[in-house]
Design a binder for this molecule. Structure first.
Ligand SMILES: NC(=O)c1ccc[n+]([C@@H]2O[C@H](COP(=O)([O-])OP(=O)(O)OC[C@H]3O[C@@H](n4cnc5c(N)ncnc54)[C@H](OP(=O)(O)O)[C@@H]3O)[C@@H](O)[C@H]2O)c1
Length: 282
């Protein structure tokens, strides 16, 4: 598995498995399937309510803890130094581990500077190997990177062929903060899996649309964490290291960029209110 070296020297697999919208009941089975397929990096979050399933799978997998790379995220309702500190302990307990490989602020709302201070402290205490953020667009990312002690190693943001995050990746390079894509298939939006450009390119290599889409991000040095509850698709999404897209393929896919979200805008007042209400129920 190809690895990416983060800005503190920690190595992280460039391809992992994400468990957003995997139910608590299914999560343990899905993560065990993913580990058996070969995935070693798992992305969860407090808000997904399935950290326990990930923790159970870690223990049952038989794979040593130091071969796995576990990411989780602090939700808005746990924002602020004191609450975040308690929630990190809770995540450790649910994940049945004594350290988290990568800990992110899930959303830039609430007292997230306080959250970040708690994360810096956990990092210093060895409870976390790397820290970063998620859903931080250029203004929030620059402000955080300029006002913290430990520069974010990662910013996990919506990134796929229709929203390529070229400008954000440029800004983040200044701080050696790596892009981690969420929604590498845009969750199927915009007829993702029947896109003609991706299909035609895939046919040249005997690869699927999903595999071409992942390969495009990996060749841009972007970390990917595709989600599937189906073992066959987990295998398909994992099998992307035996081919390479040409410069012409990369150019053709670059043209698919719409330069905006297919989901929502963090500047949309209605969406912000939705997120804050969501946090109250977690
Ligand atoms: N930080 C954040 O705010 C944030 C937000 C969203 C997601 N994430 C993270 O990013 C991960 C990935 O994003 P995502 O789950 O939103 O979406 P995604 O990976 O873009 O898409 C998942 C969807 O694609 C389907 N799928 C997967 N592989 C396929 C294949 N080879 N062929 C056809 N369909 C396939 C899945 O269906 P089946 O499951 O039925 O196979 C599911 O409906 C999440 O699981 C989570 O860990 C983070």
């Amino acid at each position: 598995m190809r690895k990416i070296t983060l800005n503190n020297g920690v190595e992280m697999p460039i391809l992992g498995y994400g468990v957003y919208q995997v139910t608590p009941e299914e999560c343990e089975r899905c993560v065990l399937d993913a580990i058996h397929v070969g995935y070693r990096s798992i992305d969860t979050a407090q808000a997904y309510q399935n950290e326990e399933g990930v923790g159970n799978a870690i223990l049952k997998s038989g794979v040593s803890r130091n071969e796995l790379f576990i990411t989780t995220k602090v939700w808005i309702s746990n924002a602020g130094e004191e609450k975040a500190k308690i929630s990190i302990e809770e995540s450790l307990r649910k994940l049945r581990t004594d350290y988290i490989d990568l800990l992110l602020i899930h959303q830039p709302f609430g007292d997230y500077y306080g959250t970040y201070r708690a994360m810096e402290q956990a990092y210093k205490e060895g409870k976390v190997r790397a820290i970063g953020v998620s859903n931080f667009y250029p203004d929030r990312l620059i402000d955080m990177a300029e006002h913290c002690n430990i520069k974010p190693a990662i910013n996990q943001v919506e990134t796929h062929v229709f929203n390529q995050q070229i400008k954000l990746q440029d800004v983040m390079t200044t701080y050696d903060t790596k892009v981690m894509s969420w929604g590498p298939f845009a969750e199927g939006r915009n007829d993702f899996f029947s896109n003609d450009v991706l299909k035609t390119i895939g046919n040249q290599y005997g690869k699927s649309v999903a595999q071409v889409a992942l390969r495009f991000l990996i060749q841009r040095n972007i970390i990917v964490i595709p989600k599937s509850t189906h073992k066959e698709r987990m295998k398909e999404n994992f099998d992307v290291f035996d081919f390479a897209l040409s410069a012409k393929d990369m150019e053709d896919i670059a043209k698919l960029d719409l330069g905006q979200s297919l989901f929502f805008s963090h500047q949309d007042p209605e969406f912000v209110k939705f997120l804050l209400n969501y946090s109250r129920n977690k």
